[in-house]
Design a binder for this molecule. Structure first.
Ligand SMILES: Nc1ncnc2c1ncn2[C@@H]1O[C@H](COP(=O)(O)OP(=O)(O)OP(=O)(O)O)[C@@H](O)[C@H]1O
Ligand SMILES: [Mg+2]
Length: 114
């Protein structure tokens, strides 16, 4: 099992979620986060004064899936989160050691299958 963590734009959340649903991925955690990428921040003028905003609001989607699903999940996120402009986001993939379903006590890959 692996965790796919995608940092994306707010405006792309619905598209990404719908597309993941279509490939059978519905179990996820979504969080509002703030972050900075390569550009570190950006300048903006507010009432005539230049201000630098170091952290921009983003959406974090985390979903744990079986290994054989990773390629499809990553490709789906890239396709649906992309605008082509800087700040489209990043995807991180982590190994997952174990998963437990609290209700039943089950563990293992079956707990992340739809
Ligand atoms: N190396 C990183 N570590 C942790 N979080 C990151 C990293 N890079 C990006 N992020 C997160 O992803 C968000 C979007 O990053 P962003 O798309 O700006 O990446 P980038 O590498 O600067 O690419 P681009 O040049 O397309 O902007 C950031 O606001 C931050 O939350
Ligand atoms: Mg950036």
């Amino acid at each position: 099992m692996k965790k796919v963590e995608a940092i994306i734009r707010h405006i792309k959340l619905d598209d990404v979620r719908d597309a993941l649903d279509k490939i059978g991925v519905g179990q996820m955690t979504v969080t509002e986060v703030k972050g900075a990428g390569k550009q570190r921040g950006y300048e903006e003028t507010y009432r005539g004064t230049k201000i630098t905003i170091h952290l921009r609001p983003k959406i974090k989607i985390e979903t744990v899936v079986e290994d054989d699903k990773i390629k499809e999940v990553v490709e789906t996120i890239i396709k649906n989160a992309r605008t082509g402009d800087i700040g489209d986001g990043k995807i991180f993939v982590y190994p997952i050691e174990e998963v437990f379903r609290i209700r039943t006590g089950e563990k293992g890959p079956d707990t992340v299958k739809e």
